[in-house]
Design a protein around this ligand. Sequence first.
Ligand SMILES: Cc1ncc(COP(=O)(O)O)c(C=O)c1O
Length: 454
Amino acid sequence: MSIQHPICAPRPRLAIDGGDPVAPRGYVMMSRWPRLDRADLDAVIRQLESGLFTEMSCTAQVHEFENEMAILTGSKYALALNSGTAALHCALAGVDVQPGDEVVLPALAYIACAAAVLHHQAIPVFADVDAHSYNLTAESVEAAVSPRTRAVMVVHLHGLPAEMDEIRAVCDRHGLPLIEDFSQAVGATYRGRPAGGHATVGAASLMSGKNLPSVGEAGVLVTRDREVRNRAARLKAFGEEVDVDGSYRLIGATMGWNYRINLLSAVMVSRQIYHLESYTALRRRSAARLNEVLAEIPGFSGPLEGADREHCYHMYRFRFDPEAAGLAVSVDQAHEALKQVFWAEGLPVVEFQNQPLPGHELMQRKLGYGRGCPWSCHGRGDLSYHIDDYPGALEAIRCSLVVGYPAQAVLANPEVVDAYLAAFRKLERNLRVFERFAADLPSIPPWLAPPRIF
Ligand SMILES: Cc1ncc(COP(=O)(O)O)c(C=O)c1O
């Protein structure tokens, strides 16, 4: 058998150029998550065998989950909920946002963040994100605050904590409560303390794709403020007053939904907390390996980190600059070409969203929950949203793409990361082929295409 010297080895061809794809189609969607060991499965089976399936029938289990989440985030109270959207809605009620109040939130986040504001009949007002951290900044929050603002919502996008101290200082100056959406940042830290515990109230999705996964859907709210917790608890279920000591009274004087958690989800999250540290370490190792390969490709770079915070890499967003790479194509051509090249390799890289939140139909058409409410119901029918007001969000969408979506488990699966590394290496060795491929594509900003999340 002859052994080829690496220098003489034939250059692997990109799949768009007739080469073999790195992975078969659908490979990434099979990446395993959540990972379940015997003890995880046994805990869920025990709950099923107990015959107790509702919060009301098994308050001890719910309290265990809540105590663990409070400890995990350095908070005093936690409230179990059935989704991240419910947690955000309860957080808004918890800080006493009222119908018609403005809530400032990032122009680049998940649509649920804006939807939660609308659920509460409040008015979303967007602040721009930094084009490199993808998060709000103190300056962008300051610029978006108005006399009508009643709360600010920060989202730690993809797992990198935002600059919480600086943003909290702006909120304090204006007397505003701060809501921290740490759905993508469970396991991340900011200035040595866990994400989720840096604001008046934290809210997170624990749906099964997240770093701390349940079986299906779940959410949690955390706070140090008892009154915030109690207001949120009343909204959670029909205006019932379930106090932190478990005492129960049906008040029913305020609007309430049914946002109770599924017990199997509570049990699963309690189990997954044991694994969180090791899985977060695994994700960080995956990100470090991707960073290393990207550093070899001119014009490409991995996510920002920062000495005072630890990313938990729910997703991995990388930037590219065709000019710096010496490629004679526009950034929009490079963007589209990268998506097509990776899809052809069987490995999606996606936008996460091709529209900033103010560009979504929900904001553009302002149909709301009917008859234009909440805007028209609160004298804000005149408010219109313009994506050009958010250059940071537009730059982020245009100049970066995401590894780790739609299968949010990529970074927790080293063998899937190996496949991405192979694809990036292939790209690096075929930059001229890539350039020719990109040059034939139309140069259109991503947000002009119909809305998509991948
Ligand atoms: C940042 C962020 N906020 C809120 C949500 C909504 O959570 P859920 O789907 O559990 O309602 C998600 C994702 O699902 C999210 O990523």
